[in-house]
Design a protein around this ligand. Structure first.
Ligand code: HEC
Length: 503
């Protein structure tokens, strides 16, 4: 045993020494001038859809309507009920404690900021969600949202959304969470204190996430099971993990590709992980700047990535990730990663044991800026000599050196509303509403779905009735909020869906 170890050590010293010597006499390195190289033109082919617009910004279709003012003491929800497509709901500074459901198209919810005072939606740590929209062309701007338990702003299958200039603090599981949407912007928001992802783009397409300040959360910005996304010019700091591009297994849409992460400040994401036990994000090692898991065609360019103790960039497949159950429908490897110029400073200085082991096995010394583990092919990097990197053995030199040719993946014309198939209705309600509090196997805010299935097997009607008017059953759980607003048909659909779930 011992002898073997010593032999191995000698080998290590020999090889490392060889490398050292070689380095001393070595020629100059090849420095790639990114601006002189080829620009990226692949990714989303907007010409096949409609031409990409020159500036990111307005994607919600504007139609003229009236303005409805809401003042403290009045209800935002009542204004939404009165509103018609095209109307703007103006919310005056003051406190509002409610959940607002927007199930209509073309509604603009605009806070009035007067002398620095904002309209404040306060969940008082008792309400679950602040704003839930399922309409298209919805705009939510200028609000201060705090102390909810589920989501600040969540969208379900709404296209052409604009979520802008909101301050969001301690709103539970997610901050801004558009799900199943196409063509949307999330910009200029300040979001903190979120137990899962502060900005969570879920199962969506053509999104632009820019100029946000995101901190003190488990995951800063997460692009999950989504395509054609640009994440740029954000300040992402003091989270557990900064910017994530993921395929999360077990969801009905199973790909993430064509993601550009550029020009962000990604600093000091070393906050101890406080994610719900068993959740995907609870497996993120504290100190991760950018984390790519199984996503393809991710371009990482011109970010300033500093002071993240595990690694600046961590790229992994599903097999090597924590808390992941394998999904036969999802391709588990991160393919075609493109790492262009990034400024990396003081990362990896207190990394996790598996990375240390990988470094040792690869005879690498120093603190890792970039770590790649597991499968994946077709990846590349420029100016690799700048970084301490491990696992990049099969990364080639990139042909493209910048993304200057791609301004946005947003679409020039608003896309039509998503057609929700009858068969999708239960799934969408489950993902959008129930998964905030229930997971398949473990306890979240409510009991596991497995427990629920055992109680209601063959009785979707009984389950639907409970959802409409839940009664308190368990001493050690909070009350479940009534879901009657979903409507009888959706309640039955979600009940059937839940009883048929297998993971
Ligand atoms: C805000 C969190 C929350 C949301 C959202 C939520 N639940 Fe619950 N659910 C709970 C809690 C907490 C309990 C435990 C209540 C108790 O036992 O008193 C519970 C209990 C249940 C039960 C157990 C009923 C029984 O007879 O014991 C079922 C079934 C259920 N939820 C289904 C759902 C479904 C389906 C959805 C989505 C439409 C949903 N829940 C959304 C929190 C939530």
């Amino acid at each position: 045993m011992k002898k073997g170890l010593i032999a191995l050590l000698l080998l290590a010293i020999g090889t490392a020494g060889g490398w050292f010597l070689k380095d001393q006499v070595s020629q100059e390195v090849v420095i790639v001038d990114a601006k002189q190289g080829k620009s990226f033109t692949g990714g989303f082919d907007a010409s096949k859809e409609s031409p990409a617009q020159a500036v990111a910004g307005q994607v919600a279709q504007r139609i003229d309507g009236k303005t409805i003012a809401v003042k403290p003491g009045q209800s935002i929800q009542e204004a939404v009920i009165k509103a018609q497509a095209g109307d703007t709901i103006q919310i005056w500074p003051g406190e509002y404690s409610e959940t607002v459901y927007i199930d209509k198209d073309h509604i603009r919810l605009i806070g009035v900021i007067e002398a620095g005072q904002r309209a404040t939606l306060d969940g008082k740590k008792t309400l679950n969600d602040a704003i839930l929209y399922s309409g298209n062309n919805v705009v939510v701007e200028n609000l201060y949202i705090k102390d909810y338990k589920g989501n600040a702003i969540m969208g379900q299958a709404g296209n052409n959304f604009e979520i802008r200039n909101n301050v969001i603090k301690d709103t539970g599981v997610y901050g801004v969470f558009p799900q199943l949407g196409q063509n949307g912007v999330v910009e200029h928001n300040v979001i903190s204190g979120i137990e899962d992802a502060a900005i969570y783009i879920g199962m969506s397409d053509n999104v632009h996430v820019a100029h946000n300040d995101v901190f003190d959360s488990v995951a800063g910005i997460e692009i999950e099971n989504s395509r054609h996304a640009i994440v740029e010019n954000n300040y992402v700091h003091n989270n557990t993990g900064g910017i994530l591009a993921f395929i999360t297994p077990g969801l009905p849409i199973k790909t993430t590709y064509d993601v550009i992460i550029r020009n962000n400040f990604i600093d000091n994401n070393n906050t101890a992980n406080f994610g719900a036990p068993g959740s995907t994000v609870s497996g993120i090692p504290a100190g991760t700047g950018i984390l790519v898991m199984a996503a393809d065609d991710v371009i990482i360019e011109d970010n300033i990535i500093s002071n993240n103790k595990t690694a600046g960039i961590l790229i992994t497949d599903h097999e090597n990730a924590e808390n992941i159950t394998f999904d036969p429908g999802a391709e588990p490897n991160p393919d075609r990663q493109v790492i262009l110029n990034n400024l990396m400073l003081n990362n990896g200085y207190d990394t996790i044991a598996p990375v240390k082991a990988l470094m040792a096995a690869s005879l690498k010394s120093g603190n890792p800026d970039i770590v790649a583990v597991g499968g994946g092919e077709g990846s590349c990097i420029i100016n690799r000599h700048r970084y301490v990197a491990v696992g990049l053995g099969d990364f080639g030199d990139c042909e493209i050196t910048n993304t200057d040719g791609v301004a946005t993946y947003l679409l020039d014309k608003p896309v039509p509303p998503r057609e929700i198939l009858e068969s999708e209705r239960g799934m969408i309600a489950y993902l959008g509403v129930c998964t905030g509090c229930h997971s398949y196997t473990g306890r979240l805010i409510g009991p596991p779905i497995q427990t629920i299935q055992a109680l209601y097997i063959d009785n979707p009607q009984g389950l639907a009735a409970y959802l409409a008017e839940p009664i308190k059953k368990r001493e050690d759980y909070p009350e479940m909020p009534p879901q009657a607003y979903l409507g009888e048909e959706t309640l039955l659909a979600v009940s059937k869906y839940v009883l048929g779930l297998e993971n």
